[in-house]
Design a protein. Structure first.
Length: 286
């Protein structure tokens, strides 16, 4: 844990970092020093419990149990039911571009059979669930809700992989959170920075296996799950098709997308350019 220091205030920023869900986790919280041990323990426990339930690396996880019983109807936990309901919502919204089901067959329209009354699900035969991406963003949503609303922590930044959830930096009082967006496939070199007082941002990249080119998409909004799903969908569909689809389905998101020709596409309020989106050279406006 790395904590900022101050002799004048009992409240200060505290930062800690660990590895979970097969990626890096960073948390920065404004809190009193005596609270930070509890905050850190809660965060680590949340991630540990989430891994044990949803991670394929744990043989006895609930996810692996479901995958071994594809074709059969199975009872699931409340957390699993919540995640699977979200996957169905976004599968429909993205016209099946996002689908957590993986199959060796050519059928691209697989779907879960969910029963909320009995809290049960049936996977199609010979399919498996891949939930890592949505789980990473779901835990951001749930952990931020606990910190911000239940524990009343005034300011915070949570990062899991390339997704963020932030709050507590209103522009009339504080400088906003500033998050850099790297060039595709690189850890250095920015294509833009994003200034947020509150909200979520997620970046997803995919590379053409037969070419050097990348598609990358960054989405901002309020919900990290929504941002993460749409970043993935647009990167897979390409800028033109993906931005046309999000315009129909997600009114409050803004998007920065890089196409296979390294051209920068922007979808959102033009007033955000130079205030929210900075250090950016847009090629196409949508």
């Amino acid at each position: 844990m790395i904590a900022s220091t101050s002799n004048r205030f009992s409240e200060m920023f505290h930062r800690f970092h660990f590895h979970a869900l097969n990626t890096n986790v960073d948390i920065m919280i404004w809190a009193e020093s005596q609270e930070i041990a509890v905050i850190e323990r809660l965060a680590v426990e949340w991630f540990r419990d989430t891994e044990l339930r949803f991670c394929r690396d744990y043989p006895h996880s609930e996810l692996n149990h479901l995958n071994t019983l594809s074709g059969e109807r199975c009872k699931v936990s409340d957390q699993m039911m919540e995640i699977l309901a979200l996957t169905e919502t976004y599968r429909k919204a993205t016209h099946n571009t996002y689908n957590p089901l993986v199959s060796s067959s050519s059928n691209s329209h697989l779907q879960l059979s969910l029963d909320s009354d009995s809290k049960s699900v049936r996977l199609p035969e010979e399919t498996t669930l891949e939930l890592q991406g949505i789980v990473q963003n779901w835990i951001l949503l749930r952990l931020a809700d606990m910190f911000q609303h239940r524990m009343k922590l005034k300011q915070g930044l949570l990062r899991v992989g390339e997704s963020y959830k932030v709050w507590g930096r209103p522009v009339d009082t504080f400088d906003p959170w500033v998050i850099g967006i790297n060039k595709p496939g690189q850890t250095k070199g920015l294509i833009a920075t994003v200034s947020l007082s509150e909200g979520a941002i997620a970046t997803y990249s995919t590379q053409d296996p037969e070419a050097i080119c990348w598609n990358q998409c960054t989405v901002t909004g309020m919900d990290p799950v929504e941002c993460g799903i749409w970043a993935q969908a647009i990167a897979k569909l390409g800028s033109e098709k993906g931005l046309s689809l999000i315009a129909q389905q997600a009114a409050y998101c803004e998007v920065l997308s890089i196409d296979e020709h390294s051209k920068l596409h922007y979808y959102g309020d033009k007033a955000s350019l130079g205030s929210k989106w900075n250090e950016i050279n847009v090629d196409y406006y949508h």
